[in-house]
Design a protein around this ligand. Sequence first.
Ligand code: SAH
Length: 362
Amino acid sequence: MGSMKVDLKGMSLAETEAWAEEQGLPAYRARQLRHWLFKARVRDFEEMSNVPKRLRAELAEKARVNHLEVIKREVSRDGTLKYLFELEDGYTIETVLIPERGHFTLCVSSQAGCAMNCLFCLTGKQGLKRNLTAAEIVDQAVQVKRTMEDPDRLTNLVLMGMGEPLANYEAVVKALDNLIAEDGMNFSHRTVTLSTCGLVPQIRRLGKDTTVNLAVSLNAADDETRNRLMPINRTYPLAKLLSALKAFPLPNRRMITFEYILIRGMNDRDEDAMKLVSLLKGLRAKINLIPLNPHPGLPMEAPTPERMLQFQEILVRNHFTAIIRKSKGQDISAACGQLSGGRASDQRTVISGQGGVRDVEE
Ligand code: SAH
């Protein structure tokens, strides 16, 4: 940061064109720059071979081609890859690349740390370090693609990594713009999902500012339980949250996804499932049931498989789509709620340097 240079990966096409014009450049230069940044994914103006040499030097004085540094990449037994990125000011974030049948999903962070302090989540334990810039959010996809054999197979993106995306609203909406732009990262808005713990005013804005999918980390169907698990519920209790969700525009057959962590003895009883049914009645809702992922010092555990099936059964009987989602990447702490961006906590070798990334295997 600190410099007055513009950060091109965080700017829309229109902004880039306006900036180019201010520099006395023809409009096509803006498109050319974006091609180098998002399609060719270069790290330096010097690599932009169809830009005249003198102009490259001039651009480098006025603009930045930021990039996150991969300082470690770990591979899980199930094929999940966890990237540890270093930001320019030394903070670290994590991004997770998840193999699915025939394609990959990228789980992207929106903040270094998180201020929401949910009881079950490791990211929350470190507090908020800082918001990511739009460029830093987009660049996670750019840098991960650089490491992939077949980058075209990265088709899905979820804002479910570290941080609360709606607490970093402006940067996230800007980043989504470049993630979805055809001349940007070209994800389809149908395969991009933003997940929130439930910041009501921003949910109301989001429906107007973007067309991506919305997911809500619900985790409890009554205020008493949710207050205990997620402090944000004291500010935006369930009634407020649900009324914002009912007003959220859903094109075509879209549904809102609800994440519900199952925690033994806290939110996993039959009556909890019934409360969930009545809470979500009338909403086009898909429910992802996630068995609680453990991490050191967490005094809670997942229910038995039988309990989870019974919970799911109640939802399905009441005509909801409910899926039990085994988190991937548990063995490398890449699963939901396990992202810490930490390196000290971890004895494995850190690999860095010029020649791309080497994998640290379990
Ligand atoms: N702040 C946003 C984005 C993060 S998504 C949000 O809350 O939606 C991270 C997801 O991981 C959330 O759905 C959260 O409920 C889930 N999660 C957090 N800790 C977890 C844990 N220990 N086990 C399973 N899921 C967890």
